[in-house]
Design a protein around this ligand. Sequence first.
Ligand code: COA
Length: 380
Amino acid sequence: MTETLTSTKLVTGLEGVVAAETRLSSVDGQAGELIIAGFPVEELAGQATFEETVYLLWHDRLPDAQELISFRAALAARRDLPPATLDLLRTAAAQRVAAIDALRMAAGTLSLQGADDPEQQALTLLASFPTIIAAYGRLLQGEEPLAPRPELGHAANYLFMLFGRTPSPEHVRGLETYLNTVVDHGMNASTFTARVIISTQSDLISAVVGALGALKGPLHGGAPGPALDMVFEIGDAANAERYLRRKLEQGERLMGFGHRIYKVRDPRAEVLSAAAARMFQGNGHQALYQLSRQVEQTAVALLAEYKPGRNLQTNVEFYTALLLHGLDLTTDLFTPTFAIGRVAGWIAHCFEQQQLNRIIRPQSVYVGPKDRSWTPLRAR
Ligand code: COA
């Protein structure tokens, strides 16, 4: 149902404003429930390959065996980057540009592939992200980029291109669980950005580049790096309360906590903490996992004390940090890796927006003066 109304009521942060109908995901912030194209995140995340999840979002159903083979092949055929993209990444690495900015600039160069057709652009964007990020990660370490391996799946190939070795099944499962978990999440800031851009009848690459800009900010996708830094700085559970209290006393935000929609623990935190625990079984990260649990408990208790009634709970980013660290990713690559998953959601939202498009164009309330008189430059 759509409603047409002209209101001068200001809703800061557009909180509670419904901007679209979607079949892609449902976020219930009171119940702590996330449904992705009909599946509870708990059911989908740990079982689907990332390609199956993307197909589900783009086609509103799971693929059969043949469709999945074709989809995987279509992506694998588009993993190579144009030479100009690699040149740009080399220049960016020489200047130590942040990885998320390098990804944004490189995503823009995908227009050089010459595909105007939205379906081709969608496949190219999805397929290229892991190649861009892995190439950039290696260039930052002074290593040469590695060519993609077409026989590997999307997640496994990303890990291969980063580290130059075939990843373990546990690591591939951990990464697929992560990518599935973050693939879509209602009308979040970057998804809204993508929908606004595509609603002007712009193209998918432009929409995705804009969405990357929105994702970068620490209030959205930029939180996991600082969340992990915080756990490392705490170092020992005995320091947690003193450290966190000091941050809150100084008016700082605790990264990885609080959410516009969730007023209970983000269900993705549970999926990712369980995935991290499975992945860490028997390796050196066990102690870090225990420390993170203790930091989480202390943080939630202190947030209740300092911000009573706000229901500030753990969000997806806290355990994203732990899981991606467990995959040996450096913190600089956390937000770009989030984008490897979320780009599929942005594209799905763009397709949805295009189906019933009306330009997204809200209003503002003017609060400035209306009676200024012009002073010539020489008289100012
Ligand atoms: N640490 C400390 N205080 C927090 C907080 C956090 N992580 N998140 C919210 N608050 C406080 C705010 O300071 C504000 O307090 P006040 O009313 O005393 O001024 C109150 O809780 C409400 O915050 P508000 O900014 O209005 O909530 P929001 O819905 O606009 O913001 C987030 C949601 C996610 C941006 C916010 O919770 C946040 O900044 N979290 C940390 C960053 C993060 O983890 N982002 C990833 C999101 S998935």
